[in-house]
Every structure is written in structure tokens, then in C-alpha cells.
Design a protein around this ligand. Sequence first.
Ligand SMILES: [Zn+2]
Length: 336
Amino acid sequence: MVIDKKSVEKKYSIGVDLGGTNIVSAIVKYQGKIVNRLKVPTLAERGKGATIKRIIETIHKNIVQSTIAPGDIIGIGIGAPGPLDIKKGIINFAPNLPGWRDVPLKKILEDEFNMKVVLENDANAAAWGERCFGAGQGVNNLVCFTLGTGIGGGIIIDGKIYHGNNCGAGELGHMTVNKDGPRCNCGNYGCLEAYSSATGIKNRIKNRIKEGIKSEFLHFDSDDELSESLRLKSIFEAARKGDRLTSDIVEEAISYLGIAIANIANILNPEMVVLVGGITNEGDKLLIPLRKEVRERAFYSNYKSLKIVIGKLAGNAGVLGAAALLWIPNNYSCRG
Ligand SMILES: [Zn+2]
């Protein structure tokens, strides 16, 4: 890991993970140790101004609780949903944050805290976190899939986050895996996210039940009840017990993820694919069939040299990666 020597004297930075559901803020020591962490609901429905106020209040509270002198903090790194203008620090649009259009979050926070602020795509921040402090330490060619409500991705090439021509690289959830597949949130059809995200899995189960296909373990009288009961954990449990409907959907979710990883293996030949997010709680139940799918599809030499692993930072990959952006120089070669 390369650390800017001048910055090491000031040993802390702040990582913020801005999500549609929660804002997580953490004061992080430069070796990756979290000194103080706060998680508050985003309450995005209250509007842009209210959310920005909550971000600012949370960071202030975080600093106070940590008892670290603000002068010892070198800056703030924010992982945010995109599309973003990373260079200018502007959130152009965020589907899960209503009313957010061209918000200059970097400038707003620089004015408020009088310290350096870096904005990064949330999945890139998670990839960077795993690379600096988690499963990918010392790995220079790494691809990270963030498997949550949606699917994001971060690509690290030669030790640097790959941003692409205009900062739009890494949208792994929106690679088409089946041209005739279900509609995705992005408007396209057959994206990986429509199959292998938590939302994709739940929607596909709901649709099957509505079509009249019976599940042995999931019973519902109303739509509300259906949404309430469909937790990822119970879906995987039902699949394990042999419930046909859920096991079909789960197998397909894993299979399509394997197809996506095989594509990545053949195109980029990375050393490691790191998976983070709720579905990774399944551990080997996910990894074993996934590796089998990748082995069957990727060039053998690319598969053989590829480690497919689960991230080590649990829910903190994003904040740790965002905080690490302050210490570890990265390239922003995209035009913005
Ligand atoms: Zn899509």
C-alpha cells in the first residue's frame, strides 16, 4: 500500500457511505482501524436539503464522539450512488435519492468542514476498501461485485480504480446476461441485476407466485405479506429445504452471476473477484456452485489463476474505502 508520507502525520480521515436507506460515517485511522462509526437512516423521502443536513450533522457528531481533534483529520471521502462527476465532486443523479440532480456535494462539504473532500462511486469505494484493508490486500488486479438491493461493481487495474472515459466504468450489474430476460430497474432487459440482486431474486419469486406456481415453504394471502416475508435468508433456507420454486430462482441467480464473472475473467483476467453484500452470508453455498459455473465458461487458464472470494470487511468496505482515498493516491483520468 502506498501512503502519502506528508499525510501520515495526520492519522485520521473520515469515510462516508451515502446510500438510499442509510448514511454511514466513520473516523478511520490510516491503517484501516475504525475509531468511531455512526449509522443513521438517510430519510431520502424528506428531500435533498434534509439529507445533506443529515450528512453534515452525522459527520460533526462522528468527529465529536471520536474525540479526535479536527486538525488531525486529513479529509473526507464519500462513496455515493451515481452517475457522478468524480473530478468536480458532483452527484449528477441518484435513483434512490429523490430530487438529487447535479448536487455539488464535494464543494458543500468542503465549505462546511474546511478540509479536503473526495467523491467516489459507492461500489468503487467498496472495491477500494477490500483492496486496501480486506480480502484484496496486495492484489493489483481485482474486480469487486457489490451484491445488495442492486448490483454495483468496482474494477481495479494495476493498483488503481479504473474509471473509464467519463467515470462510468464498473456498472457490472447492468451487463446483459440474457437478451430476453426480465426488465431491469435501468429500463433494459436481462441485466445481471434483474437476476442476481436481492430485488431481482424477490421480484422473480413474487412473479412466479402470482402466476400461480406454488411454493412449499412460502405462503401468502396478500402482496404486503409477500413483501414482508421475502427475506433473502428465508429464501435461501427454503431453497435448501428443497422448495422447487425458490431453489430454481436461487440457482438461476447464482448461475447468471457465474456467467458475469466468467465474462470478466475472460475480458480482464483479474487475479481476484471479491463479492460483498447480503447474499455473501451464504458462504460456500454460494461460492461452490458459482465457481463451478465460472469454471465451465471461462478460459481454463483464466479460471485457474482467479480467486473468487467473499469480502472481509462486511458492511464497512464502503466507508473504509472512501476514507482510504484520502491517503492513497488514485488516478482520475476520466474526463468527468
Ligand atoms: Zn440494468
